[in-house]
Design a protein around this ligand. Structure first.
Ligand SMILES: Cc1ncc(C[n+]2csc(CCOP(=O)(O)OP(=O)(O)O)c2C)c(N)n1
Ligand SMILES: [Mg+2]
Length: 361
C-alpha cells in the first residue's frame, strides 16, 4: 500500500477529521465563518456540475477540485481583495471566493475571454504549463515591492510542479530578492498518475524551502480554518517586508486528474475512501453545527443558493454568442503580419461557409 501523506501529522491543524477543535481557532466573525462554508459548498456544487456538463458534451476538458476546497477557499479568505492570486488550473475555490462569473465557465468551454476576465478580480490567467506561473508570480511580487505597493502575491501550484526548474528558479529568486510572495503548494498526493512519493525523495515538499533560505509551513489542507490561519500569518509577514514563505497544504483529489483521465488505471479506490473520511466540508460543517452557526435548514438554504448560482452561470455561459475571431485578439499585444494573414483567411472562410457550417467542418 502506498504512503499516506496525511499521517505524518506534523502539520498545522485547527480541526481534526471529525471537525473537533484541536488547534487555535482563528479570530473570525460568524459572518466570515459562514462565508467560508458558503464558498466551499459553492465550489463543490460547481465542480459536480462542471463534470456533469463535460459528460454531456456541454463543457470542455475540466480539472475537478473535489476534496481540495478547504485549501483553496480557506487560504483565499485570508487575503485582501487586491492581493493577487496566480493559480495553476484546479483552484476553482480560490476563484469562487473572488466571485464566480459566467466568464469563468466560458474559459472551460474554450473561450479565452474567461481567462482575461479574472484580472479585474486580481486573479492572473490560468496556467496549464506546469510551474510556468511561479516565476511570473515572483516577478509580480518583486514589481509590487519596487513600486512600494503593499499587495502580496499568492501563487498556487501542485506537488508535481516542484519537479520543474521554474519552481526552483522562482523560489531562489523570491528568496534572494525577498519578495512579498507566498508559494502555495497544493500537495494532493498525485501528479496525474504519478504519486507524490515518486515525485521527491524529500520527506516533505515544505522542506525544499530550506535550500533557498525561506520560511516554510506545512498545513492540513483539508482544514479550512488551519489554511486560513497559516495563510493570514504568512501573508501579513510578506506584507510587512518579512519575505516569502513556502506553504505545503496536504490534501487529496478525490476525482480524476481531469475529465480526460481514468484514475482507476493507477490508484486504489480504498485510498480515495480513506481521504473521504477526512472530508473538508463535512468536518467544517460539524464545527459550525457545534457552534450553533448552521443547522439542517441553514445547510439546505446554502446548498439551494449554490445550485441557483451555478444554474444561472450555466445559462449565461451557454447563451453567450462567441466570436471565433476573438482567438486572434490576445495572441500578441501588437499583432504580427502572420497573425493578421491568418485572421483574414479565417474571416474569409467564415463568410463563405457561415458560422455554423464552419464549426461542423
Ligand atoms: C511543463 C509541463 N509538463 C507536463 C505537463 C502535463 N501535465 C499536466 S498536469 C500534470 C501534473 C501536475 O501535477 P501537480 O502539479 O501535482 O498538480 P495537480 O494536477 O495534482 O493539481 C502534468 C505532468 C504540463 N502541462 N506541463
Ligand atoms: Mg498534485
Amino acid at each position: 500500500m502506498r504512503v499516506d501523506h496525511y499521517d505524518d501529522a506534523d502539520f498545522v491543524r485547527t480541526l481534526d477529521a471529525d471537525g473537533r477543535v484541536v488547534g487555535e481557532v482563528p479570530d473570525l466573525t460568524d459572518d466570515r465563518l459562514l462565508a467560508i462554508y458558503r464558498d466551499m459548498r459553492l465550489t463543490r456544487h460547481f465542480d459536480e456540475r462542471m463534470v456533469s456538463l463535460q459528460r454531456q458534451g456541454r463543457m470542455g476538458t475540466y480539472a475537478p477540485a473535489v476534496g481540495q476546497e478547504a485549501s483553496q477557499v480557506g487560504s483565499t479568505h485570508a487575503l485582501r481583495e487586491d492581493d493577487w492570486i496566480v493559480y495553476q488550473y484546479r483552484e476553482h475555490g480560490a476563484v469562487a471566493v473572488r466571485g464566480l462569473s459566467s466568464a469563468y465557465l466560458l474559459y472551460w468551454m474554450g473561450h479565452e475571454h474567461g481567462n482575461a476576465a479574472l484580472v479585474d478580480d486580481h486573479v492572473a490567467p490560468l496556467n496549464i504549463t506546469i510551474a510556468d506561473q511561479i516565476p511570473h508570480a515572483v516577478g509580480m511580487a518583486w514589481g509590487a515591492k519596487l513600486k512600494g505597493d503593499d499587495t502580496v502575491v499568492v501563487c498556487h501550484f501542485g506537488d508535481g510542479a516542484t519537479s520543474e526548474g521554474d519552481f526552483h528558479e522562482a523560489a531562489n529568486f523570491a528568496c534572494v530578492f525577498d519578495v512579498p510572495c507566498v508559494l502555495f503548494c497544493n500537495n494532493n498526493g498525485w501528479a496525474i498518475s504519478h504519486p507524490a512519493e515518486r515525485q521527491t525523495a524529500s520527506r516533505t515538499f515544505a522542506e525544499k524551502a530550506d535550500a533557498y533560505g525561506i520560511e516554510s509551513v506545512r498545513v492540513d489542507g483539508m482544514d479550512p480554518l488551519a489554511t486560513y490561519r497559516v495563510t493570514a500569518e504568512v501573508v501579513e509577514r510578506a506584507r510587512d517586508g518579512g519575505g516569502p514563505t513556502l506553504v505545503e497544504a496536504v490534501q487529496y483529489r478525490y476525482g480524476a486528474h481531469t475529465t480526460a483521465d481514468d484514475p482507476s488505471a493507477y490508484r486504489d479506490e480504498a485510498e480515495v475512501e480513506r481521504w473521504r473520511e477526512r472530508d473538508p466540508l463535512e468536518r467544517y460543517e460539524r464545527f459550525l453545527r457545534d457552534r450553533g452557526l448552521v443547522d439542517d435548514t441553514v445547510v439546505e438554504e446554502i446548498e439551494a443558493e449554490a445550485r441557483e448560482t451555478v444554474a444561472t452561470l450555466v445559462d449565461e455561459a451557454e447563451s453567450f454568442e462567441a466570436d471565433p475571431t476573438a482567438m486572434f485578439d490576445d495572441a500578441f499585444a501588437d499583432s504580427t503580419a502572420e497573425i493578421d494573414a491568418q485572421r483574414a483567411a479565417f474571416e474569409r472562410r467564415l463568410e463563405e461557409h457561415g458560422h455554423d457550417a464552419f464549426l461542423r467542418e
